[in-house]
Design a protein around this ligand. Structure first.
Ligand code: ACO
Length: 431
């Protein structure tokens, strides 16, 4: 049996402390006993951006960034992407096990029943400017759902929680599709519950005057795979926002809106949109070396490259490259792919990127597929938010059920002025 402890000597006092280790980690609160004297608050750990801090225990997603491994509830992402539907994966993430056929049927039925949105919300959406970013519309309308379901704030009731989870999963594609059609000035299309999750989404996006929309099965399956790949990714920036906001016991709509806000940033989910802009800016394969030289000189970042956790090839990017081939068989090859492949080839051979372990992440190729399918770049992050909602909700639920969790409230190292007096008084205060 290993000795699961850590011995620390405080060189300020010469005292030695032995701290227990828990699952290979030291509990930061155990450091507090290390003091220079009775007036001392105790030792804090300082970790801006959480580079080395586990903020929770989680049984949902396993990620080994050094070896490029991603598993949901123990299942390798490659197997789930090949063999499952998105709603099966959603059930798995939320419940811990894959559904049997009867459970899947009941689950799909429940989610499908909640795809409609209140007509009031439609009117609310009409108020947005024609060129409002779809991600901003999505974030706002998800927050507005809490005005329609006030019971949602009863987050400690498991049945109430379950209903809001189903509502959110059901309504996300509808809100996303409406935000898209709004930007084009097209009438909204109501959900058609004859279709499964992704086909229904495509129906609400692309249906024109035909009586029944028929999605291309290859494109519908490609979207399903992309949804599976984006469903969860342990403690990323938006999931951390979900857990932090949810820890104050805000309702799940307000909490999910906060996660959407975090996802929208260009360093996180917003990167897929930025990749396309970058490829447009590069313009052609022969201009790739000059662009890379510019990045190495410190002018900007190679969007879609690098990851806090993956220091190896992102396994999702590998699957996405395969999906891209299938999509291009239907849509024709997106010429941006050649620029992206050249960027990847040069970057992966370049010492600057090799030394920093910078590989393509999930966002590098996803936008090229989305564009080939017919989406404009401002929809790309919305396409990320729909499936990630299930991961956020699974993590939110786990956080609420974890007896160790409390309101998220970090400490700080104060660097401001020491106490000082406001003297002399000014003429204004004397008047
Ligand atoms: N292009 C060029 N250099 C990069 C890139 C990049 N894409 N990413 C990191 N670096 C460099 C940094 O400048 C830093 O260099 P230095 O050591 O000389 O200072 C080094 O690599 C380490 O990078 P950090 O910024 O410390 O890495 P961090 O873990 O904080 O950031 C992040 C991760 C935000 C993803 C970063 O790699 C990045 O900005 N990538 C581009 C945006 C992107 O694609 N985001 C999507 C991520 S996946 C997702 O959220 C779904």
């Amino acid at each position: 049996m290993q000795n699961e402890t850590l011995t620390i000597t405080d060189n300020r006092t010469g005292k030695t402390y032995t701290l227990p280790l828990y699952k290979g980690a030291v509990r930061a609160i155990d450091l507090r006993q290390i003091k220079t004297g009775p007036e001392d608050f105790g030792l804090l750990s300082y970790d801006p951006a959480f580079l080395n801090t586990a903020a929770c225990q989680s049984a949902i997603t396993y990620l080994d960034g050094e070896r490029g491994i991603l598993r949901y509830r123990g299942y390798p992402i490659e197997q789930l992407a090949e063999k499952c539907s998105f709603l099966e994966v959603a059930y798995l993430l939320l419940n811990g096990e894959l559904p049997d056929p009867a459970e899947l049927d009941a689950w799909s039925g429940e989610v499908t029943r909640h795809t409609m949105i209140h007509e009031n919300l439609k009117k609310f959406m009409e108020g947005f400017h024609y060129n409002a970013h779809p991600m901003a519309i999505l974030m706002t309308t998800v927050a507005a759902l809490s005005t329609l379901y006030p019971e949602a704030r009863n987050i400690h009731d498991p049945e109430v929680r379950r209903l809001q989870i189903i509502r959110l999963l059901g309504k996300m594609p509808t809100l996303a599709a409406y935000s898209y059609r709004h930007s084009l000035g097209l009438p909204y299309v109501y959900p058609d519950n004859d279709f499964g999750y992704t086909r229904n989404f495509l129906n609400m996006l692309w249906k024109r005057t035909e009586p029944k929309y028929s999605a291309n099965p290859v494109l519908a399956r490609a979207l399903e795979v992309l949804f599976i790949l984006h469903a969860d990714h342990e403690q990323n920036c938006s999931t951390n926002a979900m857990r932090a906001v949810g820890s104050s016991f805000a309702d799940p709509y307000a909490t999910t809106a906060a996660a959407i806000a975090a996802l929208s940033g260009p360093l996180h989910g917003g990167a897929n949109e930025e990749v396309l802009r970058m490829l447009d800016e590069i313009g052609s394969k022969d201009r790739v070396p000059a662009y890379i030289a510019q990045i190495k000189a410190g002018h900007g970042k190679l969007m879609g490259f690098g990851h806090r956790v993956y220091k190896n090839y992102d396994p999702r990017a590998r699957i996405i490259k395969r999906v891209a081939d299938e999509v291009f068989e239907v849509t024709g090859r997106n010429p941006k792919l050649d620029i992206a492949l050249e960027l990847e080839r040069i970057a992966l051979e370049d010492d600057f990127f090799v030394k920093r372990k910078l590989y393509p992440n999930v966002d590098f190729y996803s936008g090229i597929i989305y564009q080939a399918v017919g989406f404009t770049p401002d929809m790309f992050t919305v396409l990320f938010a729909i499936p990630r909602t299930v991961g956020w909700l699974a993590q939110w639920q786990e956080m609420l059920q974890d007896p160790e969790q409390k309101i998220a409230r970090p400490r700080q190292l104060y660097t401001g002025q020491p106490v000082r007096e406001r003297v002399p008084e000014t003429a204004a205060t004397l008047a």
